[in-house]
Write a protein that binds this ligand. Structure first.
Ligand code: K2U
Ligand code: NI
Length: 185
């Protein structure tokens, strides 16, 4: 199972390296990595397991964060209708997005960043995402709200981008044009 010791932190070159496309069929190693990443998120959201193993809760995890430069990430969260979104996205892309932006009023965090970095992180409010499942099936999803934000946060990781790269350096809480803050649950 993936533990916090397996998650690389700021300063590790993997977080600033573009991950490479994965070829199908996935190798056994890649299938295990995908399964381990999703398992981490599930474990991290189980209070007993998270406590027992000292896991930080996460709704997304990208391969770069476990020092693997493959274009895949796991997401495990509920959407605003309470539907569970739980999958590993392979070779993910955003194929279209809204002009409107969104952001989390309290800012974003990251399992690879052991500090608070205050400020608004502008994200597209709605996206159409395309990716492959670990079995090579192409999926197309329209996402909004926290799922859309999480997808963009994880896709950034595959491109060596950290959430704070998007924060306004002069004024971290400057109003974001044409944006609407994420509604609290
Ligand atoms: O990639 C990661 O480090 C996991 C991130 C993903 C994420 C950050 C901000 C906004 C969306 C996704 C977080 O650790 S997941 C923790 C979390 C939990 C609930 C809501 C937001 C962030
Ligand atoms: Ni992150």
């Amino acid at each position: 199972m993936i533990l916090m010791k397996d998650i690389v932190r700021e300063g590790h070159p993997a977080l600033r390296t573009r991950a490479q496309e994965v070829t199908f069929p996935l190798s056994e190693e890649d299938r295990k990595l995908a399964s381990d990443m999703l398992e981490y998120l599930i474990n991290s959201q189980d209070p007993e397991i998270a406590e027992k193993y000292g896991l930080r809760s996460g709704i997304g995890l990208a391969a770069n964060q476990v020092n693997s430069l493959k274009r895949m990430f796991a997401l495990h969260l509920e959407d605003d209708k309470g539907e569970l979104l739980s999958f590993v996205a392979v070779n993910p892309k955003i194929v279209s997005h809204s002009v409107e932006k969104t952001y989390i009023p309290s800012g974003e965090g990251c399992l690879s960043v052991d500090r608070q970095v205050p400020g608004y992180v502008p994200r597209y409010a709605r996206i159409t995402a395309k990716f492959f499942t670990i079995d090579g099936e192409e999926k197309k999803l329209r996402l909004k709200g926290l799922p859309a934000i999480a997808f963009q946060h994880e896709l950034d990781h595959l491109n060596g981008v950290m959430f704070y790269d998007h924060i306004n350096k002069e004024n971290p809480f400057a109003e974001i044009p044409d944006s609407c803050p994420l509604e609290r649950e």
